[in-house]
Design a binder for this molecule. Structure first.
Ligand code: DGY
Length: 330
């Protein structure tokens, strides 16, 4: 009898996908949890139904938590997203409705910067292309002087758009490879930090025109939506490369496809796309001078476990009316 009343008293938590077992076990001790299985991302109609009755929500990028969803969430105290990006959540509206929003920055900084740097190495040294060449049985001649030549990183100018946590960590990697670093932010960072990273502040226009490689590390907002379009590609060096591990909608994929086909820029490497997942029929998959990976910026064993830990901690704090460790707003 007591057990039943305890279960009934437990707050309810809905997860739009499953999480690590240790995290689920922790949650189960304290909450009545339900995990969505099946179509990913969860269909809107299902989430609208589920969100009505719960006090806590654990969600992921591409689960759209908009005004309609928030209005349906009559009992919700906290939205805890398993990501650093929260552009899928109408955070302002959630905060207006006194719903806390937790997210997972810091722990994924190294992993995401590592991926951005590995994409730079990959596209400049044609690693994935070489792998494809062998698998397709096209490696015919040994050691030809002009075969599979790539580009040196040393001395090249890396333009970092968004020198925040991930951008700065990428700058450290680039410094070790003797690259020149320029960056653009809304505001320049302190002179001391610039000196430590050997990074020079430039206008957005200069970043676009002077970089050999541009790496994007800004969130997707109204200002950054479709920022990289044909106008920008035409301003970039013909020899330049674009790296995107931030959000897909910052780049106009149609324009990028044309820019790569027509060699308006030299190449690109993407971890994120306008709509995910992309399939093998997507026009970008038909292009050689591009590297495509499936949104794996934070995807290491260690980092994902840390993200799970923070996600459940954020949830626990928010559900009890407290500020999450990493909180958007209050
Ligand atoms: C995030 O956490 O927002 C990233 O996109 C994960 O790679």
């Amino acid at each position: 009898m007591r057990q039943i009343s305890q279960i009934l008293q437990k707050k309810r938590v809905f997860l739009t996908r499953t999480l690590h077992n240790f995290a689920l076990n922790e949650l189960k001790k304290k909450y009545q949890i339900e995990i969505h299985s099946g179509e990913i991302p969860i269909p809107k109609t299902k989430l609208l139904k589920k969100i009505q009755n719960v006090e806590g929500l654990i969600c992921f990028p591409y689960d759209k938590i908009d005004k309609e969803m928030i209005d349906a969430a009559k009992n919700l105290k906290v939205i805890s997203t398993f990501s650093v990006g929260y552009d899928h959540i109408d955070t302002q509206y959630a905060l207006k409705k006194k719903i806390r929003v937790g997210y997972t920055p810091e722990v994924l900084t190294d992993a995401t910067a590592d991926l951005a740097f590995s994409l730079i190495l990959d596209i400049l040294r044609r690693v994935s292309e070489g792998d494809r060449t062998i698998r397709e049985g096209k490696w015919r001649q040994i050691y030809g002087a002009y075969d599979y030549v790539g580009i040196d990183l040393q001395g090249k100018t890396l333009g970092i758009l968004g020198l925040g946590r991930i951008g700065s960590t990428l700058a450290k990697r680039a410094k070790a490879f003797d690259m020149k670093i320029i960056y653009h932010n809304r505001k320049s960072i302190s002179k001391n930090k610039e000196k430590a990273l050997r990074a020079k502040y430039v206008t957005l226009d200069k970043l676009i025109t002077q970089s050999d490689i541009i790496s994007i590390h800004v969130p997707h907002t109204k200002e950054t939506d479709q920022l990289f379009d044909m106008k920008v590609f035409r301003k970039m060096r013909k020899t330049a490369y674009l790296i995107n591990t931030a959000r897909g909608k910052i780049v106009n994929e149609k324009d990028l496809t044309v820019a790569l086909k027509k060699k308006i820029i030299a190449g690109a490497a993407l971890d994120v796309y306008e709509n995910e997942p992309i399939g093998k029929k997507h026009p970008l998959t038909k292009i050689q001078n591009i590297v495509l990976v499936p949104h794996i910026g934070s995807s290491t064993k260690e980092t994902r476990a840390k993200m799970a830990k923070i996600t459940i901690k954020n949830l626990e704090l928010g559900i009890n009316g407290k500020k999450p460790i990493y909180s958007v707003g209050y």
